[in-house]
Structures are given as structure tokens and as C-alpha cells.
Design a protein around this ligand. Structure first.
Ligand SMILES: [Zn+2]
Length: 87
């Protein structure tokens, strides 16, 4: 491991690369209501909060997520389209 240690230095200095985490698919959106009276009324949801990343979305945005599915599914779909083009 001598060479390896020299190459990468024993100092532990290593570029602190930002951890590449996959984009949150916002799979679970929790509804939030401003008014307690409106709670439980799907038509009066003020905003949705992603359970995983706690990002907030408007009801319209949340609806789009539900219609289009997750980001991952969209990427897979694009890959498939490219493959069929190259044939
Ligand atoms: Zn999220």
C-alpha cells in the first residue's frame, strides 16, 4: 500500500466532493392546510410537503407529480425513446 499512500497522501486531504444524491422523486407529498376548518378537504389543500426532502409544492405542482410519475420514471422513458431512435 506504499505507492498508494504516496499517490493519495497520508494527510487525508481529499477533494471534498459533494455527495451526489439522486434527485428526490417527491414520491410522498403530505397535504397541508392553512385553516383548520379546511383540514381533510382535498380541494382546499394549501400546499404539499414532500415527506423525504420537506420541499413545499403548490397543489398544482403536486398534481403534476401525480400525473407524470416520478422523475426516475421520466428518465427511463427518455432512455427508451433514444434507443428506439437509434434503431
Ligand atoms: Zn422530495
Amino acid at each position: 500500500m506504499g505507492v498508494f499512500d504516496k499517490l493519495f497522501g497520508g494527510s487525508g486531504k481529499r477533494e471534498s466532493v459533494a455527495v451526489e444524491s439522486p434527485p428526490c422523486p417527491h414520491a410522498v407529498l403530505m397535504p397541508r392546510w392553512d385553516s383548520v376548518e379546511d383540514m381533510g378537504n382535498a380541494d382546499k389543500v394549501t400546499r404539499f410537503i414532500c415527506e423525504a426532502c420537506h420541499e413545499e409544492f403548490t397543489p398544482e405542482e403536486a398534481r403534476e407529480f401525480q400525473q407524470e410519475g416520478s422523475v426516475a420514471e421520466r428518465l427511463v422513458y427518455q432512455d427508451a425513446a433514444e434507443e428506439s431512435n437509434s434503431n
